[in-house]
Design a protein around this ligand. Structure first.
Ligand SMILES: [Zn+2]
Length: 238
């Protein structure tokens, strides 16, 4: 249970207003928190794979459609669907692990896998394709020999080490040339605009990506390689 200091906005918000509530902790399970109403949610902050669920308080319900990390606070974005919610209310959180979130786990794991393959097999490894689903991921990459069981173990261990490191997953908008200078990996042959979205997980993975991701690598939980095969000359699949 964490008490949050109230912001300057103290009037109650009611039904169907889209709001961002902030907390200083990442909610899980049945955590209780005190609400801080930060601001009305606007279009550009409403994206991402964050937790969905509801915040309940004495008959009032706040339906959370997304949760995003912003510096040291968490923003719960959604609408009041019953009653009123105001700053200073203590709410009970019920979190759904949605399919969207499961996909985000696998998408973020894909970035870690890409970086681990380059580290273990060499910098010649580049992404040739990938499939991200809620229950698995598949990754095709350039490499000219089968990957040994020892190398597969090393790759898997490295990804799990980076999951446990629990890096913040940060996104930044940058000019394309600045992003390249900062070492961001881009897909060969992909067209990017002048301004690109750079996704980084510590200094381990820095890639251009517009997709939805976890907030911290630790959210992924565990990574396991099921198979590795050749799918075309010089292209391997995990
Ligand atoms: Zn991505």
């Amino acid at each position: 249970m964490a008490a949050i200091k109230a912001t300057s906005i103290s009037r109650p918000y009611s039904r169907s207003q889209r709001l961002a509530l902030t907390t200083r902790q990442h909610l899980s399970g049945e955590d209780e928190i005190t609400v801080e109403i930060a601001r009305r949610a606007d279009a550009e902050i409403c994206r991402g794979p964050g937790d969905e669920g509801v915040l309940e308080c004495a008959g009032s319900i706040f339906n959370v459609q997304d949760t995003q990390k912003q510096k040291d606070a968490y923003m719960h974005i959604g609408t009041v669907t019953a009653g009123q919610v105001k700053t200073g209310n203590t709410v009970k959180a019920r979190v759904n692990r949605s399919e969207r979130r499961q996909i985000a786990y696998n998408h973020s794991a894909t970035h870690l896998l890409h970086a681990a393959l380059r580290k273990v097999l060499g910098e010649h490894v580049t992404q040739k394709g990938s499939l991200v689903q809620s229950d698995r991921l598949r990754f095709d990459f350039s490499h000219f020999a089968p990957v040994s069981p020892e190398q597969l173990n090393e790759i898997e261990d490295l990804v799990n080490e980076k999951i446990r490191a629990n890096y913040d997953v940060d996104t930044r908008l940058m000019k394309q040339d600045e992003a390249m200078a900062a070492g961001a990996m881009a897909l060969f042959g992909e067209k990017y605009g002048d301004v690109v979205r750079v996704l980084s997980m510590g200094d381990f993975s820095v890639e251009l990506c517009g997709g939805t991701h976890v907030n911290h690598t630790g959210d992924i939980g565990l990574f396991k390689i099921i198979s590795e095969t050749g799918v075309a000359a010089g292209v391997r699949r995990t």
